[in-house]
Structure formats: structure tokens, C-alpha cells
Design a protein around this ligand. Structure first.
Ligand code: 8YV
Length: 320
């Protein structure tokens, strides 16, 4: 057996991550960077001691049951772990880690971009100018919704939610939040706590989702909940597509209940939603919340730190 543990890197991570991984592990890299099927994942598990997957590789209960006992740790290159069936993996004795903290600011930046772009009609304006169709100007032209001073509702006040709240305070927004538990005054930074999602929605002129996708949060934003928002609210989702019932969102856009939306994630990924794509008041990005050079390196290094601890016989910092 090789002195170095063997490691499957299932997607093309940053150059710095791969360089460091090759120094310390026998790396099998998915150079082609394509998606792996369940069968690919199961087959690979017999060849390696560890894997660094992205959220694009699914470790369902079925896959977990079929994994080879050689695989000992799944060191995710993501903070979200909804692609991993944690109880099923625990039952197989496989350790699972994630990469919290390091992507909070990059994701909050994308939430801010989406909120501003949706509120100020960025897609509509860009399309008009780019197509050479900008042939009029008027004070009643492309009037949007002002962000500065508005009420912002955040669902999920974890690391990303708090990073977004900090940025929103720079826009003098009045921040409200719903979270499973109330934060300490230092963490809340002056934001108002709501003990229920419903209470929060009533005051959310802007709404931003930052909670994980779990069976409890799937379809969190449905028709009934959209109806509780102030009319003409703007919704932003940089968390997971599963949180939003896209059919209900389309109905809310049609009725004007939602004035605009900014989406970095979708029920179907990759791909998105072709019906939502018809709306100029929906600002869409292809799940790039954490896609900065700095953050991708930090995510890769955090995953490797977790692996290093595990193979040194220590408890990984981000063991779930
Ligand atoms: C990543 C994310 O791009 O970390 C997460 O949970 O959704 C994204 O920031 C992706 O998961 C990388 O694997």
C-alpha cells in the first residue's frame, strides 16, 4: 500500500488545491470535470481512501449502501451537504466534512448583486442597451425599487446570512431575520429576530434565503408564503433551489406579488428553469455564489485541512 492515502478529486478544483493535494495524497483527478454517475461514484470508492466531491456528486442512501468499505471520508468542497445522506453515510462509518466560513463573503456578494440587479432592473436595462434598442429616455423609464433604507428579511442567519446582513447594513437596510434560534446581540448586529417565517415575511420588502436544504425547508417559499410578503417584494435565493417552489414563484411574478427575483440556484441544476428565463425581472446566475479565485482556493484548502486531520488520527474541524 502507498504511504500516502489515495484521494479522488471528483471535479476540477483550483490549481492551488490540486497542487497541494498531489503533494500529500495519491490523487486521482477527474480532469475532464464531467459529472459522475452513481455507478462511477461506487466504482471509485473501491480505489480510494478519501474523496473531495462537490455538491454535484450525490451520495444518496442507495449510493451510501453500495460504497466500498475502502472509502473512509467524504471531505466536501461545499458548505451545503444536501447531496449527502448523512445518516446513511454514518451507518456505513464514513466521515463527512464540509467547508463553512470560507465562502460566506463571496456568496453574500452574489446575493447583493442579485438583490440590486433585480431591484434596479439590470437584465432589462442591459438587454436594451446591448441590443441597440435604447432609443428613448424619460423620467418614468425603467423605474425600480430602492434598496437603501428598505426592510430586508433574511431566512437562515448562519454564516452567509450574517455576512449578507453586514453588507446590507452598508446600504442602510433595516435587517430582520428568522432563524431556528435567536442570535447573540453581537452576531445579530442590530437585526430584529422573528420567531416564525410568517412573522418575518410580513416585513420583508426584500427577502433573501440563506438556510440549508433539508426535508423541512424543501418548498419553504410556496404560494401561501409568497402571499404573506408585502406586495411588490423582491426575493433572492443564493442557497438552494429546493427552497423555492418555482411554479409558485412564477405565479407570484405574474400577479405582481413579487416584483422581481434574483436566483443563483434552481430546482434543476445545471440547466435552470426555461419558464423563469422568460421574465426580464428575474436576474439569474448559474450557481456561482462561491466562484471567486480566493474563495475556491480557501474551500479546497479547508477540505484538505479536514483530510489531513482525519489521516493524522485527529478530529477534522468540520466533521459533521
Ligand atoms: C459551491 C455551494 O459552488 O458550498 C456550497 O454549498 O453551493 C457552492 O458554494 C459548491 O457547492 C461547490 O461544491
Amino acid at each position: 500500500m502507498s504511504a500516502k492515502p489515495s484521494l479522488w478529486i471528483s471535479r476540477k478544483l483550483s490549481d492551488a488545491t490540486i497542487k497541494r493535494a498531489r503533494r500529500d495524497y495519491e490523487v486521482i483527478l477527474n480532469e475532464a470535470d464531467g459529472l459522475s454517475s452513481d455507478a462511477d461514484i461506487v466504482a471509485m470508492s473501491a480505489r480510494v481512501d478519501a474523496v473531495i466531491p462537490c455538491h454535484s456528486e450525490h451520495f444518496s442512501a442507495d449510493v451510501a449502501a453500495r460504497l466500498d468499505p475502502r472509502l473512509k471520508i467524504i471531505a466536501n468542497h461545499s458548505v451545503g451537504v444536501d447531496h449527502c445522506d448523512l445518516p446513511a453515510l454514518a451507518a456505513r462509518g464514513i466521515a463527512v466534512t464540509n467547508t463553512p466560513d470560507v465562502l460566506s463573503d463571496a456568496t453574500a456578494e452574489i446575493a447583493m448583486l442579485l438583490m440590486l440587479g433585480a431591484a434596479r432592473r439590470a437584465i432589462e436595462g442591459d438587454t436594451l442597451v446591448r441590443a441597440g434598442n435604447w432609443d428613448v429616455w424619460s423620467p418614468s423609464f425603467m423605474v425600480g425599487k430602492q434598496v437603501t433604507g428598505a426592510r430586508l428579511g433574511i431566512i437562515g442567519m448562519g454564516r452567509v446570512g450574517q455576512a449578507f446582513a453586514r453588507k446590507a447594513r452598508g446600504f442602510d437596510m433595516e435587517v430582520h431575520y428568522y432563524n431556528r434560534s435567536e442570535l447573540s446581540p453581537e452576531q445579530a448586529g442590530g437585526a430584529t429576530y422573528h420567531a416564525s417565517v410568517e412573522s418575518l415575511l410580513h416585513v420583508a420588502d426584500f427577502l433573501s434565503l440563506h438556510c440549508p436544504a433539508t426535508p423541512e425547508t424543501t418548498g419553504l417559499m410556496n404560494g401561501g408564503r409568497f402571499a404573506l410578503l408585502p406586495k411588490g417584494a423582491v426575493m433572492v435565493n443564493t442557497a438552494r433551489g429546493a427552497l423555492v417552489d418555482e411554479g409558485a414563484l412564477i405565479a407570484a411574478l405574474e400577479s405582481g406579488q413579487i416584483a422581481a427575483a434574483g436566483l443563483d440556484c434552481f430546482e434543476t441544476e445545471p440547466g435552470g428553469n426555461p419558464v423563469l428565463a422568460q421574465y426580464q425581472n428575474v436576474f439569474m446566475l448559474p450557481h456561482i455564489g462561491s466562484a471567486t479565485t480566493q474563495t475556491r482556493d480557501a474551500m479546497g484548502f479547508r477540505a484538505l485541512d479536514n483530510l489531513d486531520a482525519f489521516f493524522a488520527g485527529q478530529r477534522p474541524r468540520d466533521l459533521l
